[in-house]
Design a protein around this ligand. Structure first.
Ligand code: SIN
Length: 320
């Protein structure tokens, strides 16, 4: 009798335990991704608190960007939103987002992501056990360095930290520079100790991680984009009860809309905060100077066109 009661109690307790979603990311909380993750947690808490519990781990506290996807497949983390530049092992097609000077503005990025071709990319990693739940914006990348970078020749021979993307490596090699693939968590120290000369990132990452305090010069190049793939493991996602999956997705979609608004605001306000700090010079390019960067970097498109897929490239170009 006692054994039977204990058994019933343990089944009841087990079935009442909420589903835990660990959401791991590498940036600070005062960023588009940090704010989106916190909003997602807030919405899930409000709507599903007895059934689903979201735990957010910012600043690479749980996993760095070099480990998180493997950990997700192993079930050690359920959600993340790595930069689109970090999926090389899982699909070649997402490399499209790394092509320099591909999108003319964030509206074009959004248009491409929401197009049928952009939506098709959400399942590009599925065979490898990961499923894209949506895109999140951060914004355009700027170049920062120890010296002023006005024309491509200024980058020659310099070491730049890049994300783990072969397209980004080719982009810096096209300038005669030396790219180094390093996790985001190491960038500040690499810059501070001058182990590297420069890096490329969005205004919000340069501000929130204080790169501008250890980089005297920023070139407003807008040469590429940092956006995110909100991702989960196929096994975890398909294992959720249908009604819970629908509610979690709804909360996530709303959090992404919220995060995208923050991204648009921060691209302006964090840029201004960096200018106001007077810690570094901001180099604005003339049309002729900008054209030099386009001419130097754009040949990379041809190099990756086949790997990425012509269909994706054409759709991205036409979103402009
Ligand atoms: C991120 O925004 O998640 C990090 C980008 C980077 O690695 O530079």
């Amino acid at each position: 009798m006692l054994v039977a009661v204990a058994f019933v109690m343990s089944v009841t307790i087990a079935s009442a335990a909420p589903i835990v979603i660990k959401f791991s990311h590498v940036v600070a909380e005062n960023t588009p991704k940090g704010q989106m993750a916190n909003k997602f947690k807030q919405l899930v808490d409000e709507r599903l608190s007895d059934k689903v519990q979201v735990e957010v781990f910012p600043n690479s506290q749980l996993f760095g960007d070099n480990k998180v996807l493997e950990a997700m497949i192993l079930g050690d983390v359920q959600m993340a939103a790595p930069s689109l530049s970090k999926f090389k092992k899982y699909t070649k097609s997402l490399q499209i987002f790394d092509l320099p000077f591909l999108f003319k503005d964030m509206a074009a990025v959004e248009k491409f992501q929401q197009s049928p071709v952009g939506q098709k990319l959400l399942v590009a990693t599925q065979k490898k056990g990961l499923i894209g739940l949506g895109y999140l914006h951060n914004g355009f990348k700027q170049l920062s360095a120890n010296d002023v970078l006005r024309v491509p020749a200024d980058a020659k021979g310099k070491k730049f930290r890049i994300q783990s993307s072969d397209v980004l490596a080719a982009q810096f090699e096209a300038l005669g520079a030396m790219p180094l693939k390093k996790p985001f968590s190491e960038v500040f120290t690499l810059l501070q100790t001058k182990a590297i000369d420069g890096q490329e990132n969005s205004w919000s990452n340069i501000y929130s991680k204080k790169f501008y305090e250890v980089q005297p010069h920023i070139t407003e190049s807008n040469h590429g984009v940092i956006d995110y793939f909100v991702i989960t493991s196929t096994e975890f996602w398909m294992g959720l009860p249908d009604d819970i999956r629908v509610e979690v997705k709804k909360a996530l979609d709303e959090a992404i809309v919220f995060g995208n608004k923050i991204a648009a605001d921060k691209a302006i306000s964090d840029r201004q905060k960096i200018i106001d700090s007077k810690r570094c010079t901001i180099t604005k390019l003339t049309d002729a100077e900008r054209q030099q960067w386009v001419d130097a970097m754009k040949p990379v498109w041809k190099q990756f066109e086949k790997e990425i897929g012509k269909e994706y490239l054409e759709a991205a170009v036409s979103s402009n």
